[in-house]
Write a protein that binds this ligand. Structure first.
Ligand code: HEC
Length: 177
C-alpha cells in the first residue's frame, strides 16, 4: 500500500516537473514581445516597451502635440541639459552621442536610437511622463506632478523640468535624426 502511494506521489511530482518544463519551453518559443520578462529585467531591459505601447499615443497625442512652453526649443541648451548630471540625470540611465560625457548609463535605450525611431510628439510625451507608456518605469516623470511618491516638501507641486527644458531637450533629440 505504502509503495503504491509513493509511486503516485512520484508520478505527481513528475507531472508537475513536465508541466513547468513545457511552460518554460513555450515561453522560449513565444515571440519576444509575448514573453513575460522577470519583473526586474522588465524595468531595466525595456527598450522595446515604449514602442510596444504605441496605443497610449492616441491619448497623449493631443496633450503633447505642440510645444509645452509655446516656444520653439533650443537644441544647444537641450544638449547641455542632457549632459548635466545634477539636473537632468539622463546619462545615469541612457547613452547619448556625446564624446566628452564619460560613464554613460546602460539601463535604458540609446538616446540617438530612440530619437531616430520616435516623432517629436512621441519624444515629448516620453520625457514629460514615461509612466504613460510603462507604469513601472524607472524613468522620472519630468513634467508631471501627479501620482508621485515621497516628494521632498520643497518640490511638492513642482515639475523636475520646466516646459522650456522639455522643449530644448526634444529639439536636441530631433537634431540627432
Ligand atoms: C532612472 C533612469 C532614467 C533616467 C534618469 C532617464 N531615463 Fe529615459 N528611459 C529610461 C528607461 C528604462 C526607458 C525605457 C522605457 C521604459 O521605461 O520602459 C526610458 C525611455 C526613454 C525614451 C523613450 C525611448 C524609446 O525608445 O521608447 C526617451 C526618449 C527617454 N527615455 C529620454 C530621456 C531623457 C531625455 C532623460 C533626461 C531628461 C531621461 N530619459 C532620463 C530610464 C531613464
Amino acid at each position: 500500500m505504502c509503495g503504491a502511494w509513493r509511486v503516485l506521489a512520484q508520478l505527481a511530482v513528475l507531472a508537475m516537473w513536465v508541466a513547468s518544463g513545457s511552460a518554460v519551453y513555450a515561453q522560449r518559443l513565444a515571440p519576444r514581445h509575448q514573453q513575460t520578462p522577470p519583473p526586474i529585467l522588465a524595468q531595466v531591459a525595456s527598450p522595446t516597451v515604449g514602442r510596444q505601447l504605441e496605443v497610449s499615443d492616441t491619448n497623449t497625442e493631443s496633450m503633447y502635440a505642440t510645444s509645452l512652453s509655446g516656444r520653439a526649443g533650443d537644441a544647444l541648451r537641450g544638449r547641455a541639459l542632457v549632459a548635466d548630471r545634477q539636473y537632468s540625470l539622463c546619462l545615469l540611465c541612457h547613452r547619448a552621442p556625446m564624446e566628452e560625457a564619460r560613464f554613460q548609463g546602460m539601463l535604458a535605450p540609446d538616446l540617438k536610437t530612440a530619437a531616430a525611431a520616435l516623432s517629436e510628439v512621441q519624444l515629448r510625451a516620453r520625457i514629460a511622463d514615461a509612466r504613460r507608456f510603462n507604469p513601472e518605469t524607472i524613468m522620472p516623470a519630468y513634467y508631471s506632478t501627479d501620482g508621485l511618491q515621497r516628494v521632498a516638501p520643497a518640490y511638492v507641486g513642482k515639475t523636475i523640468f520646466t516646459a522650456q527644458d522639455i522643449e530644448d531637450v526634444v529639439a536636441w533629440l530631433m537634431s540627432l535624426k
